[in-house]
Design a protein around this ligand. Structure first.
Ligand code: FE2
Ligand code: FE2
Length: 316
């Protein structure tokens, strides 16, 4: 919508504003404000890093899967997450970011990834709980991003969300299988859900009144719902799933509110969230050390690929 303000900033700004207002897509070659580009690079990079770091907690159980079937499923899931990361780094590159730089920023702690991946995976039930709750929360966050105003990100999200919903089902199926097993297995599932429930709620970010970027991101169409709206949606979605599974969530305040037609629930421990975000979670150091080692160990592959590409080009 053109205003006196935007027309002062020129026709390109006006065109950008109109594209956003009309719910059309901004594409890489279009003019965009620097702030829009920076916010998107930050958001997409953080998302890509989360996919890549997110391979570690579950990857931890690959060598100890309880059966060949579970191992094959878990292997495929972890590989999917690698694919999501690569897909998203490509989307960031369409904005002029360099994948190598983004990796360096991750390793040096200058860019974040989701705090959820700094929690340890203590039992095989955690593989199921992560699929159900962590991939489930990711779906709540990401389905609206299929309508992101930035074309490459929105299109990437369509495929990513399809795979995430498969991940969620496999996690739920794993837990359902364990719930049909022994008392010990049922206890293992409940203990796992108790540990992951609150960190899963924290995946939606701080409460709206403490989320400084939300308002601008919503105006730009790179965020479609507030953190609290998405958190509420996730809680409402998860409660009947927990009932069907036969587990409870560790929140005495969780109950249906007929007036709001939604569940009331307790407040996550935001001091814990901030501590994990600042690097003091159980696994922050280990996650980054592993990522750094993988990057350094892969240097020869990148060098060989670059040399091979140069040779192919010279020969053609
Ligand atoms: Fe993913
Ligand atoms: Fe996933």
């Amino acid at each position: 919508m053109p205003t006196a303000h935007t027309s002062e900033m020129g026709p390109l700004q006006t065109l950008f504003d109109e594209t956003i207002a009309n719910e059309q897509r901004i594409e890489p070659r279009d003019w965009m404000p620097d702030g829009y580009r920076r916010s998107l690079i930050r958001q997409i990079a953080q998302h890509a890093h989360s996919e890549i770091i997110g391979m570690q907690p579950e990857g931890n159980w690959l060598t100890r899967a309880p059966s060949l079937r579970r191992k094959a499923i878990l292997m495929a899931k972890v590989q999917d997450e690698a694919g999501h990361g690569l897909y998203l780094y490509s989307a960031a590159e369409t904005l002029g970011a360099d994948r190598g730089d983004l990796t360096v920023q991750l390793i040096e702690g200058k860019q974040k990834y989701s705090s959820i991946f700094n929690y340890p995976t203590l039992t095989y039930a955690d593989v199921g709980t992560i699929g159900w709750l962590v991939d489930g929360a990711a779906i709540c966050n990401q389905v609206p991003l299929c309508r992101s105003s930035f074309g490459p990100y929105a299109r990437a999200m369509i495929r990513v969300c399809k795979e995430e919903s498969f991940h969620q089902r496999q996690g739920y199926e794993l837990l359902m299988t364990m719930m049909r097993g022994t008392d010990e297995q049922r206890a293992m599932v409940q203990e796992s859900v108790n540990r992951w429930w609150w960190p899963a709620l924290m995946m939606f970010g701080p409460p709206d009144d403490e989320s400084p970027n939300t308002e601008q991101s919503m105006k730009w169409g790179i965020k479609r719902h507030t953190n609290d709206e998405l958190r509420q949606r996730f809680v409402d979605m998860s409660v009947p799933q927990a009932e069907a599974l036969g587990v409870t969530f560790p929140d005495p305040e969780l109950k249906w509110c007929p007036r709001r037609e939604a569940h009331d629930f307790g407040e996550p421990d935001w001091a814990e969230f901030m501590a994990v975000l600042k690097g003091n979670g159980a696994c922050n150091v280990e996650r980054i050390a592993n990522r750094r080692a993988a990057h350094e160990d892969g240097a020869w592959v990148r060098e060989a690929a670059t040399a091979f590409a140069a040779r192919e080009k010279a020969a053609s």
